[in-house]
Design a protein around this ligand. Structure first.
Ligand SMILES: CSC[C@H](NC(=O)[C@H](Cc1ccccc1)OC(=O)N1CCC(N)CC1)C(=O)N[C@@H](CC1CCCCC1)[C@@H](O)COc1ccncc1
Length: 329
């Protein structure tokens, strides 16, 4: 069996990618953010304070004949951007891209932080990280993919995120036609719950790859490419107008600059992110100052190959072989 779901950028900055998910009987369809950087499936629900839930699609377990309360279970999660949510837990049928998991832990939010209240394009997250990262207590729950893996044709999924275009998450199969290059595989480290891996080197503007390895995570739930300061500096030294903007908390530059590409090596392949994928958006509507897609990871303590990097590739999250595959798109 397999599943295939379309995913769409949330706005002109490709800030988030939104995928429709069906929960319960009859199906309640919610727009969710698939996040390989976390391991909880949680949703805005009938238990979320009305003031917080306004503008969001919500899940009502009481309207689902297959919903069951997981009594005594609670959850609480905080993300890298300091957003947070918490609540209690139900199990229900969850269908993604035509594939159904009958008894999936659906974490219902009784509390959400301001960022989530304001972010009305999504009604929650589908964590696609490793089960060890699940935040339900007293008994941690499995992710939707972990529950699905044993019934899928192959225990893997692929992410094909695109700039201002519809992309896809495919489960149980690899559609190699989505990629131009060969898929290069490298071991994945799931010990922290993330999809950790090591890139073997990098280069700016099409130069030869150096051999400075970068250990980080492949994270669909993070917008930017977040790397060490020395790499960020080496990149922006090539951008005449680049400067650090305190209010934006990042490097900005003139929108009409021709940005160099950024390449990294992984699994014997070279993934090149074109300059225009690294020029995210004007810092404000109509501004001629743009915010960079490559920013520093120094205050997070972990390097993150987020959507800016993932958009350049077809990425295979291969749980069965504990490996990550990357192919140029
Ligand atoms: C340094 S992880 C920062 C990252 N959150 C982002 O990437 C957000 C995403 C967003 C949210 C709302 C509107 C627009 C964009 O976007 C930005 O932070 N930015 C984009 C816009 C830009 N102008 C400023 C910077 C993050 O916590 N991801 C987690 C999932 C995320 C949570 C928030 C909702 C969307 C999904 C997750 O994968 C990684 O969890 C951790 C990473 C490291 N240790 C702990 C947790």
């Amino acid at each position: 069996q397999t599943g295939s779901a379309n995913t769409n950028p949330s706005d002109s900055a490709d800030d988030e990618y939104i995928t429709s998910v069906s929960i319960g009987t009859p199906a309640q369809v919610l727009p969710l953010d698939f996040d390989t950087g976390s391991s909880d499936l949680w949703v805005f629900s009938s238990e979320t304070p009305k003031s917080s839930a306004s503008g969001h699609v919500t899940y009502s377990p009481s309207k689902s004949s297959t919903a069951k309360k997981l009594s005594g279970s609670t959850w609480s999660i905080e993300y890298g951007d300091k957003s947070s949510s918490s609540g209690d837990v139900y199990t229900d049928v969850v269908t993604i891209g035509g594939f159904s998991v009958k008894t999936q832990a659906v974490e219902s939010a009784t509390k959400v932080s301001t960022q989530f209240v304001q972010d009305t394009v999504i009604s929650g997250l589908v964590g696609l990280g490793f089960d060890i990262g699940n935040q339900v207590s007293p008994r941690p729950q499995k992710t939707w993919f972990s529950n699905a893996a044993s019934s899928l044709a192959e225990p893997l999924f692929t992410a094909d995120l695109r700039h201002q275009e519809t992309g896809s998450y495919n489960f149980g199969f690899i559609d190699t036609s989505l990629a131009k290059g060969t898929i290069g595989y490298t071991p994945a480290d799931g010990s922290e719950g993330y999809w950790g891996f090591t890139a073997t080197g990098y280069s700016v503007g099409g130069a030869k790859l150096n051999r400075n390895s970068i250990t980080g995570i492949a994270d669909t739930g993070t917008t930017l490419l977040l790397l060490p300061d020395n790499i960020v500096d080496a990149y922006y030294n090539n951008v005449e107008s680049a400067q650090y903007d305190d209010s934006q908390e990042g490097v900005v530059f003139d929108c009409d600059e021709d940005l160099p590409s950024f390449s990294f090596g992984v699994g014997g392949q070279t993934i090149t992110i074109s300059g225009d994928l690294l020029n995210l958006t004007p810092i404000e509507e109509g501004s001629s100052t743009c915010f960079g897609g490559l920013q520093s990871s120094s205050d997070i303590g972990i390097n993150i190959f987020g959507d800016v990097a993932l958009k350049a590739a077809l990425v295979v999250f291969d749980l069965g072989n504990e490996r990550l595959g990357w192919a140029q798109k």
